[in-house]
Design a protein around this ligand. Structure first.
Ligand SMILES: CC(C)(COP(=O)(O)OP(=O)(O)OC[C@H]1O[C@@H](n2cnc3c(N)ncnc32)[C@H](O)[C@@H]1OP(=O)(O)O)[C@@H](O)C(=O)NCCC(=O)NCCS
Length: 168
């Protein structure tokens, strides 16, 4: 059964849950780590959109951050996504809502992200919702004292529109 999800703007009072999800052992190797103040600053910075994911009963299911919202080339970055209950389509639904927001409200021409090459679950999810692999950054990030590589993935507005039409 698919859980219905909602996105709402993150409040300062949500940040303890956000930080504990970000730092959780299941997630911390796959997402960058920010401190409280960096998250807090992003809540009021126009260049970011910071949302919590909830079910209709307002239970916290994760969070998602967009960056470069004001980019002069309309290239918005899906900066971070963490879902606390895995494998229940919450991630997929969130990315679809984020695509709709980026392309239909925030005037994105391109929505892009980076994903560690060993993050098979996230990579599969992004492929499923229309992101293309644009390239690989070799040993671009020092993670736990080892250099890790990342794929850059993106979807353009016209690709999103074709996909939306196909999905009805
Ligand atoms: C990556 C993440 C956001 C995915 O969210 P999710 O809700 O668990 O994923 P979904 O249930 O929506 O699955 C979507 C697709 O991902 C793929 N997937 C799901 N679980 C998988 C697994 N264990 N292994 C490989 N692929 C998997 C499948 O293609 C799936 O589609 P399907 O169910 O139609 O087959 C979530 O697992 C997470 O928060 N992971 C830790 C943090 C992270 O990696 N964030 C992304 C950084 S780029």
């Amino acid at each position: 059964m698919t859980i219905n999800i909602l996105l709402r703007s993150t409040k300062a009072s949500d940040l303890d849950l956000v930080l504990s999800a970000e730092q959780h052992p299941d997630n911390c190797n796959f997402v960058y780590q920010w401190d409280y103040q960096t998250h807090f600053n992003a809540l009021t910075d126009d260049n970011f959109r910071h949302y919590v994911i909830t079910n209709p009963e307002h239970k916290f299911l994760g969070y998602v951050i967009l960056d470069n919202v004001k980019d002069s080339s309309n290239s918005i970055n899906l900066r971070r996504l963490v879902v606390t209950r895995k494998g229940e389509s919450i991630g997929k639904q969130t990315v679809r809502l984020i695509q709709k927001l980026a392309f239909e409200e925030l005037n994105a021409h391109r929505l892009w992200l980076d994903v560690f090459v060993d993050n098979q679950r996230a990579y599969n999810l992004y492929k499923q919702v229309g992101f293309r692999e644009e390239g690989k950054l070799i040993e671009s990030y020092l993670r736990n004292n080892q250099y890790a590589s990342q794929y850059i993935m993106a979807i353009l507005k016209h690709e999103y529109e074709i996909l939306s039409e196909l999905m009805g």
